[in-house]
Design a protein around this ligand. Structure first.
Ligand code: N01
Length: 535
């Protein structure tokens, strides 16, 4: 079989992969992308479950690299739905003629660094060998789905689906008894939709969640025109912002320093605005101080309680054991109201854990629940999971799995030492999901493209990281993260949702604007900390 050879290979054709192809072409490299799905979109291709939508506002969840693209695209809602984002990404793929460089339905199974050639040798799921000088992982932080190991899971006689990998033709819930396991951001979106169709819905909730209202609305032409006119100003705001959002308070007050009435006014204002960030970022100290956090948590719980008819159900939904914002705060449309329906039962999977499945019966404590359909809204093996699902071998044949056995590290989240010429978009040690991720992705893609252009100009073809520098960066990530309440709460952010995965926060929490400045400084100093060579 022939071996294809490229200057650069991109793994994945989601938001990151698409823009990476565009930039690699611009700097004159030959490029091929491999995408396991049959279409573009990544997250927005795989997560087509009912109710899926983004909790970043549409005007911020847009590429900024092309003002023309922004001027011609019209979002219809404040929070865009999965179908609309998928349409947007298909439009981007067509507008920039990206499809001709993408092989769909093709997984990269193995990537081995050939030291003699100074190239990566890939094996794909189509049994092809591909050779490339540079390899860019655009696999996303949340693409390796997690299904818990439940005794007897293989004996389930009904239909079962993970929300990631939802059938494109949809699922018919009519006249069916449906179970949903999981009440994270995904569960909270899918539950109200399934409840409308199913004969009966059982929600298996293990950890009650702080939930914020979406405050979604349709955009009209006047709003859309204003957003287009403000493109430049909004871009400036995003660049200065710690999470890469526009129209966002840069210097919020500390909740602990305010009198009760002022605090209450700000809380009410944040509640009215809705969305994932208005309340979580209304004060400077709620992410750091438990007492300040409690003001916010209590306010949100009291508001949510108003939506629930049955006080016992409300207690089960709202007796929460972690600070608000210390896990990703789900954003809801009609979530708590769903528990007022006669066809919805909340099963407490903490006091009655799911013990086994036999045939069509779920055994949870004393409950034996018969189901026709089981939906896993059980999340992902985040950040390192998608990378480790491939067999990646660096210098000396060392598997990435070995390097990351106790901790996933990479300098600036971009390159892991010993894995030269392998760039990771939003890899471990970057702000990643602690930012408006599309904006962060653009920054990473631009940095990688600029770095490769620089190497081309100076006739270099090998980039690795000084292990000491990588360690120092990891230490900084730890130091910055220590003050946050996030690190002390069990969630997918700490890796503790995956049995056996090393626990620890692998995100840089020092703010996207500061992170960008660091990346720029490193580049300005000739890629300081990286080892660039000609081989
Ligand atoms: O996954 P999760 P997700 N028995 O890990 C439960 C992004 N996202 O897909 O908390 C019973 O948050 C688990 O329980 P517990 C966003 O970044 C964005 O919802 O471990 N329950 C939990 O309730 C988000 O953070 C958007 O006790 C079990 C749930 O499964 C990330 O994706 C929308 C169990 C998993 O929650 C992941 O969210 C959706 C078991 N054996 C997602 N095993 C938007 O932009 C697991 N669980 C809006």
């Amino acid at each position: 079989m022939d071996t294809d050879e490229f200057d650069a290979v991109v793994i994945g054709a989601g938001i990151a992969g698409l823009y990476m192809i565009h930039r690699l072409r611009e700097i004159g490299l030959s490029v091929r992308a491999y995408e396991k799905g049959d279409g573009v979109g990544g997250t927005w291709y795989w997560n087509r479950y009912p109710g899926a939508r983004c909790d970043v506002q549409s005007w911020d969840y847009s590429y900024t690299f092309s003002e023309e693209l922004n001027q011609e695209w019209n979002w219809t809602e404040r929070y865009p739905t999965q179908p609309e984002i998928e349409r947007y990404l298909n439009h981007v793929a067509d507008r920039f003629d990206l499809r001709r460089d993408i092989d769909f339905g093709t997984r990269v199974d193995q990537a081995r660094f050939g030291e003699d050639q100074n190239k990566w040798i890939l094996r794909t799921s189509r049994d092809a060998t591909v050779v490339t000088r540079y390899l860019v992982s655009a696999v996303g932080a949340l693409s390796e789905r997690f299904v818990p190991k439940i005794n007897g899971i293989e004996t389930f006689t009904g239909e079962q689906y993970h929300t990631n990998g939802w059938p494109a033709e949809g699922v018919d819930f009519e006249n069916k008894r449906v179970g949903v396991i999981g009440t994270g951001s995904t569960g909270i979106q899918v539950i109200p939709q399934i409840a409308k169709e199913a004969e009966h819905l059982y929600v298996f909730q293990r950890t009650p969640q702080h939930v914020l209202p979406a405050g979604n609305y349709l955009l009209d032409d006047v709003q859309r025109r204003a957003l287009k006119e403000d493109f430049g100003q909004m871009l400036d705001e995003k660049l200065m912002n710690p999470v890469g959002l526009s129209n966002f308070p840069l210097d919020p007050p500390a909740a602990l320093e305010l009198d009760a009435e002022t605090r209450r006014e700000l809380l009410e204002e944040g509640w009215r605005d809705g969305g994932a960030v208005a309340l979580n970022r209304a004060f400077s100290d709620t992410g750091l101080d438990r007492k300040a956090n409690k003001f916010l948590a209590d306010f949100v719980a009291a508001k949510n309680r108003e939506a629930i008819d049955d006080p016992e159900v409300a207690d089960r939904l709202l007796t929460i054991d972690h600070p608000i914002g210390a896990r990703r705060t789900p954003v809801a449309i009609d979530y708590f109201e769903t528990y007022n329906r006669d066809n919805v039962t909340l099963v407490d999977a903490k006091t009655s854990p799911i013990e086994k499945i036999s045939g069509n019966v779920i055994h949870a404590g004393d409950d034996q629940i018969e189901l026709d359909v089981l939906v896993y809204a059980t999340g992902f093996d985040g950040v390192s999971g998608p990378l480790l699902s491939m067999d990646i071998q660096g210098v000396g044949g060392v598997p990435l799995r070995t390097k990351w056995a106790t901790r996933s590290t990479a300098y600036l989240g971009l390159i892991a030492s010993g894995f030269p010429n392998l760039f990771m978009i939003t890899g471990p040690g970057s702000p990643s999901v602690f930012s408006n991720v599309i904006f962060h992705i653009e920054q990473h893609v631009d940095w990688i493209a600029d770095c490769l252009a620089y190497m081309k100009e100076y006739d270099m073809n090998h980039i690795d990281v000084d292990p000491e520098v990588e360690n120092e960066w990891t230490q900084l990530v730890d130091d910055v993260g220590k003050s946050s309440l996030v690190g002390s709460t069990r969630s997918w952010w700490t890796g503790e949702n995956i049995p056996g995965k090393p626990a620890g926060l692998t995100f840089y929490l020092g703010g996207l604007q500061n992170y960008r400045a660091k990346c720029d400084e490193v580049a300005d100093k000739g890629y300081e900390g990286f080892v660039l060579q000609s081989r």
